[in-house]
Design a protein around this ligand. Structure first.
Ligand code: PGA
Length: 245
């Protein structure tokens, strides 16, 4: 595990963007898996700035969405797709055919899962996944207790995920389930970037990085991955036993 502590979200964004683009530049048809949420926002701003300055070329990239709330798609303000359209896909002018994203409004969520799995296969596996961590230790919508082997599935959301998820929406939403890539899919990605910002993440980051590796805390399972890059700001790193860079 490569642990990097930054002073600010912007500094973190630059470091992650450096790592991601150094790798992706040498792939012929790379597959990028971006998380939504507050944490990667600075990274996506940095990617936009680099693309605008011709320092980042994503024209040969494909994209697989990490997760989506059941009952929502890009038409719903606050959905995962809504955020990524706004912060990444539209500013980078990504063509629709290059994106596979779960439609949480689809009648058959199992078909959505199969669609996601085959897109990943068709594009030779995920090259880089950008991940956040929930305050309960979830990764994407893989909640505590999820097996590391599980693949794309509909997950029943933990009460804390239902509650913290409200922050993305302009009005109260019933958030019961999500469609998510499974830990099995995520752990097969070639490179994982786990990002955490803020003091409210410090306790779960400490447990995930220094506590037992267990399904009880899905983020801890990432420590078994051969290319895990953990990027924290000083506040999120505040409870680690050794938090000096
Ligand atoms: P956040 O969400 O980036 O909005 O804190 C992280 C997560 O729940 O995975």
């Amino acid at each position: 595990m490569n642990l990097i502590i930054s002073d600010t979200a912007e500094e973190m964004a630059q470091r992650v963007a450096d790592g991601v683009s150094a790798y992706m530049t040498f792939r012929t048809n790379p597959l990028f898996c971006p998380a939504s949420g507050d944490t990667p926002a600075a990274l996506y701003r940095e990617m936009q700035a680099r693309a605008k300055a011709n320092r980042l070329d994503v024209s040969n990239w494909h994209f697989i969405g990490l997760d989506e709330w059941v009952g929502m798609n890009g038409a719903d303000e606050g959905s995962c797709r809504y955020y990524l359209d706004r912060d990444l896909f539209h500013p980078l002018m990504i063509r629709k055919e290059r994106i596979c994203f779960f439609d949480g409004r689809a009648d058959d969520p199992a078909r959505e899962c199969a669609r996601g799995e085959s897109f990943i296969k068709e594009h030779g596996g995920i090259d880089v996944a950008i991940l956040g961590i929930g305050t309960n230790g979830h990764i994407a919508m893989n909640e505590p207790g999820t097996s590391p082997e599980v693949r794309c599935h509909v997950s029943v959301l933990h009460p804390s995920t239902q509650a913290t998820g409200q922050k993305y929406f302009p009005s109260y939403q019933t958030l019961t389930c999500g469609i998510t890539l499974g830990l099995g899919d995520i752990l097969e990605a070639r490179h994982l970037y786990l990002l955490a910002i803020g003091e409210h993440k410090a306790a779960i980051v400490q447990k995930a990085l220094e506590g037992p590796i267990s399904e009880v805390l899905p983020a801890s399972l990432l420590r078994g991955h051969p290319s895990l890059h953990v990027h924290l700001d000083r506040a999120a790193a505040g409870k680690l036993s050794n938090n000096k860079e």
